[in-house]
Design a protein around this ligand. Structure first.
Ligand code: ADP
Length: 188
């Protein structure tokens, strides 16, 4: 169950579910600057993917906020994990929106560099990092949609939302974005 918009052969879709179960070419991790396994979605990815992901991440050493780096995906179905570092939310006036957009854009650039067809994202920064869902959702979706418009890879971006509250916030933002862009919303 989900909702999607299409742009030619490109798709942006939302589902409610668990990012660690996705069979997209890559899944994105909500990482921290030190790339050390933490809680939330990061903990779930390392638990299910096994130790090779953290080993590779340790060799990379770190990743600044707003950037993204790639490792293999261990035992997960995906081929790669793209570790994106979203901003910690302070007051909404400390550059958070630009950094959040950058974390999505840089993740998509890593996918493009590997010529991947499909990528799944969790809702970056909206857990431990405290970004309000209603503010984060339109930024995430707008950034992804403009990347899909301008690039051939990836062709499918799936946002995997953990729970009803996150799903509804993103769904509302997608309805508004589709209306603004004159795109049709499809339920599946
Ligand atoms: P951050 O530190 O960037 O805020 P978190 O992992 O704390 O990252 O939270 C990011 C989002 O991921 C939250 O909205 C949280 O509910 C969600 N989340 C947690 N576990 C999963 C999962 N297994 N699949 C998808 N999303 C998840």
């Amino acid at each position: 169950m989900g909702v999607r918009i299409r742009l030619g052969d490109k798709t942006l879709e939302l589902i409610m579910g668990d990012i660690t179960e996705q069979d997209t070419d890559a899944i994105v991790n909500a990482a921290n600057e030190r790339l050390i396994p933490g809680g939330g979605v990061d903990g779930a990815i390392h638990r299910r993917g096994g130790p090779s992901i953290a080993e590779e991440a340790r060799r990379i050493g770190g990743c600044p906020t707003g950037q993204a780096v790639v490792t293999g995906a261990g035992q997960l179905k995906a081929r790669y994990v793209i570790h994106a570092v979203g901003p910690i939310y302070r007051d909404g006036r400390s550059g958070e929106a630009d950094l959040l957009a950058s974390a999505y854009r840089e993740s998509l650039k890593r996918a493009r560099e590997l010529n991947l067809a499909s990528v799944a994202f969790p809702s970056l920064s909206t857990g431990a990092y405290g970004y309000p869902l209603e503010e984060a959702a339109p930024i995430a979706l707008k950034t992804i949609l403009s990347f899909l418009k301008e690039n051939e890879s990836p062709r499918l971006v799936r946002m995997v939302l953990w729970g009803e509250k996150a799903y509804e916030a993103y769904r509302k933002a997608l309805v508004e974005l589709a209306k603004k862009e004159g795109l049709e919303l499809e339920e599946f």
